[in-house]
Design a protein around this ligand. Structure first.
Ligand code: SAM
Ligand code: DTB
Ligand code: SF4
Length: 345
């Protein structure tokens, strides 16, 4: 077991980034396997239940009315639509359903509707997660009473870089919502985006903000910026792949028990890059063909990758072993274990 710390300092994280790549990954991997089931990935499917028309000016988001090419605004989905999508997600092997809404903050009436949606997800025996923008303390309590499992609310970047990305709210607003969520007893899911034009120091400061919270978030999504047409940051320079993997490894070292989610941007990552992220300590993904408005990795491609890497889905351990998912077994002299499976395309 690893010691849980919340007093991380800039210099020591900087030294981790400066370690030789393989030494850093090996350290992170050791911590990972001491604290988590090896070769296991937690999967979560996203659904945008209220798309577009958001008054916030997040420079990366297609749902902001400030984008030059904003996505069409649509009303809140019906319970039937949510049930149908959650059912499909379950059939595809997902165990958690995360519903996102393009709101600055939900109204109390919105919260009533979302609570009904959470019930639909629980009826299907799936875990629930929602991301609805800023919450009041009372709204967090109401969501907690509905049995909501996770609330996603990202810090996105460092305190210093934040105003270059978003001007319609500040860092403290974000931290306040996280405080209410934590106090209500809902599991906290909070992370960031790499590729926002931040420096390494900003990345370090984001990780320190997350890891120095009184209690580490149960889940930390690390997104790679998906460049959405018309958004202010759509021409940003790509984040270096090795820097991205290093950041995953350092998140794992700083927050040993947290689920580190390899989040948006997987569609543009090679299998080898994802494999390195899993080795470095990522153990959760968004699974399903859509994120909120952007495409995600094809389901079959993900299943093939998990099988090829010998990984199982947490809470659904036999899912990838069903007949349709195994392409072909290679005969070997060894016992028939997953290690003997090889994909033939
Ligand atoms: N409106 C709510 C909010 O911002 O808290 C919830 C939905 S919002 C789309 C959820 C998160 O998705 C954002 O906090 C951001 O971290 C991430 N996100 C949005 N657009 C993205 C993009 N183009 N690339 C990567 N991550 C993105
Ligand atoms: C998170 O950290 N990433 C997800 C989820 N939380 C809500 C969202 C990614 C959005 C990617 C761009 C889009 O689909 O619009
Ligand atoms: Fe609105 Fe969330 Fe998009 Fe920001 S990230 S514009 S708050 S939907």
């Amino acid at each position: 077991m690893s010691i849980m710390r919340n007093n991380w300092k800039l210099d020591e994280i900087n030294s981790l980034y400066e370690k030789p790549f393989n030494s850093l990954l090996s350290l992170a991997h050791d911590i990972h396997i001491k604290n988590h089931e090896e070769n296991t990935v937690q999967v979560c499917t996203l659904l945008s239940v209220k798309t577009g028309g958001c008054p916030e000016d997040c420079g990366y988001c297609s749902q902001s009315v400030h984008s030059d090419n904003p996505i069409e605004s649509t009303p809140l989905l019906s319970l039937e639509e949510v049930r149908e999508k959650a059912k499909i997600a379950k059939e595809q092997g997902s165990t958690r359903f995360c519903m996102g809404a393009a709101w600055r903050r939900p109204s109390n009436k919105n919260i009533d509707r979302v609570i009904e949606m959470i019930k639909v997800v629980h009826e299907l025996d799936m875990e629930s997660c929602v991301t609805l923008g800023m919450l009041s303390e009372d709204q967090a309590l109401r969501l907690a009473n509905s049995g909501l499992n996770y609330y996603n609310h990202n810090l996105d970047t460092s305190r210093e870089h934040y105003s270059k990305v978003i001007s319609t709210r500040n860092y403290q607003d974000r931290l306040n919502t996280l405080k209410y969520v934590r106090k209500s007893g809902i599991n906290v899911c909070s992370g960031g985006i790499l590729g926002l034009g931040e420096t390494r120091e900003d990345r370090i400061k984001l990780l320190i903000e997350l890891a120095n919270l009184e209690k580490h978030p149960e889940s930390v999504p690390i997104n790679m910026l998906v460049k959405m047409e018309g958004t202010r940051l759509s021409n940003n320079k790509e984040i270096d792949e090795l820097e991205f993997i290093r950041t995953i490894a350092i998140a794992r070292i700083m927050m040993p028990k947290t689920y580190v989610r390899l989040s948006a941007g997987r569609e543009s990552m090679s299998d080898s890059m994802q494999a390195l992220c899993f080795y470095a300590g990522a153990n959760s993904v968004f699974y399903g063909e859509e994120l909120l408005t952007a495409p995600n990795v094809d389901i079959q491609k993900d299943k093939d990758l998990f099988i090829n890497l010998g990984m199982k889905i947490e809470g659904n351990e036999n899912f990838l072993k069903t007949k349709n998912n195994f392409k072909k077994k290679i005969k070997t002299n060894k016992k028939d274990t997953t290690y003997n499976l090889k994909l033939i395309n």
